[in-house]
Design a binder for this molecule. Structure first.
Ligand code: HEM
Length: 375
């Protein structure tokens, strides 16, 4: 539709702090150019290694999950540390530059939405000025990080297996580098942001649903149980119920909205929508519609076992968006979700702690706490 365009103007308000060359904020034409160059690397050695990294470090996650836990922060810390390992090649929380980057990323990500509703940047607000300083520092550090890697490049050689290495070594036909330092710095942080919070949010939501539906949890564990210690990607094809649990979590938890912006005034069935309005595709209008999914509020993964994804049914859930700006990490995200969910559920019995709701002092939202007990 020519009177509706992609979400760049909203993205710029929310994520320009990631730097001018970050994919999320680019206009479609520039985004197409960058995506064409970067998408092959998502299947490259660096990001591919990430799944093995998650798997290898699972025992440290198990330690933090044992007992009563705030599930989202616990999973987030693990995904952030390990995804940064796959992206930058180091466990970021073990270096000073990395530690500072993580604190800044967390702060900027959490506070960036606060400024969204201001029609002009509120420079009079001290907290906003702090946000600007922190985001500037984050960009400087990520550039510093890329430069550090470039300097030590000869020693690194082929032993490296991370996204940053793939980006730095990617060449055009004439031998020149395919990505500039700024593109690399802005997009390593962007990809980290795009992957760690989404993954941990959906893992936490799924575990919560399983804690409230013990029969479903048991059915999933029956599928996962065997003599092996870990579930690996070689098992994924067989794990149809695990996949169904993920789809059902996507259906019920619409954390990422597909958003567009109007290019001109539009009238739809008498409803006036002004130019520049942000339109959210209310995908729960489909995934929560009783004509599409029977008894839509019930968590029932069975509805996705042998689900026929043909025709309109392909669009009944849209967790990764749609079209030319849809999520480039879609395939990878399924691998992360499967690795984490399968192994946590194989190891632990997950119980709800609904009677002990506590509130987050900053967001004033309830904190999701679960009790995980070794099986
Ligand atoms: C459960 C996991 C994930 C979910 C639900 C998710 C969802 C989404 C959604 C809804 C969008 C916006 C699509 C649109 O506007 O149409 C998006 C964009 C994006 N995602 Fe993901 N994502 C996930 C994991 C990942 C991973 C693992 C990566 C990186 C490897 C990633 C990187 C990105 C990037 C860079 C964009 C911006 C694309 C652009 O503007 O062209 N995401 N994601």
């Amino acid at each position: 539709m020519k009177n509706i365009s992609n979400r760049t103007s909203i993205a710029k308000k929310l994520f320009s702090w990631l730097g001018p060359k970050n994919l999320i904020c680019m206009e479609d034409k520039d985004a197409h150019n960058l995506r064409t160059r970067i998408l092959p690397l998502i299947k490259g050695k660096g990001l591919k290694s990430l799944n093995n990294i998650l798997l290898k470090n699972l025992p440290s996650l198990y330690e933090t999950l044992n007992g009563e836990v705030q599930i989202k922060p616990a999973i987030s810390k693990f995904t952030l540390d390990n995804i940064s390992l796959g992206i930058f090649g180091i466990e970021i929380s073990t270096t000073d530059v990395g530690k500072e980057m993580m604190v800044l990323l967390d702060y900027c990500f959490k506070t960036s939405q606060t400024w969204f509703l201001y029609p002009v940047p509120p420079y009079w607000n001290a907290e906003y000025r702090k946000f600007k300083r922190c985001s500037k520092r984050l960009r400087e550090l990520s550039i510093e990080f890329v430069n550090m890697r470039l300097k030590s490049f000869m020693e690194d050689d082929e032993t490296r297996c991370d996204f940053l290495y793939d980006l730095l070594t990617s060449k055009n036909d004439d031998g020149s580098r395919r990505f500039s330092n700024e593109e690399i710095a802005n997009n390593t942080v962007t990809f980290m942001l795009g992957s760690f919070d989404t993954t941990s949010t959906y893992v936490s939501s799924c575990l919560h649903r399983l804690s409230l539906n013990l029969d479903i949890q048991k059915k999933l564990q029956n599928e996962l149980d065997n003599d092996e210690e870990f579930v690996t990607k070689q098992d994924f094809n067989k794990l149809t119920y695990l996949e169904a649990c993920i789809y059902e979590t996507f259906r019920l938890h619409v954390h990422n909205q597909v958003s567009k912006v109007t290019n001109e005034d539009i009238e739809i069935e008498g409803l006036f929508i002004p130019k520049g309005a942000v339109i959210y595709a209310g995908s729960f209008g489909i995934s929560g519609n009783p004509e599409v999914f029977e008894d839509p509020w019930r968590f029932n993964p069975d509805r996705f076992v042998d689900y026929d994804w043909i025709g309109e049914k392909r669009y009944t859930i849209l967790p990764h968006g749609l079209g030319k700006r849809s999520c480039p990490g879609e395939d990878l995200s399924y691998k992360f979700l499967k690795t984490l969910l399968a192994n946590i559920c194989k190891k632990f019995h997950v119980e709800a702690l609904d009677d002990k709701v506590i509130m987050d002092s900053r967001t004033e939202l309830p904190v999701l706490r679960l009790k995980l007990v070794h099986r």
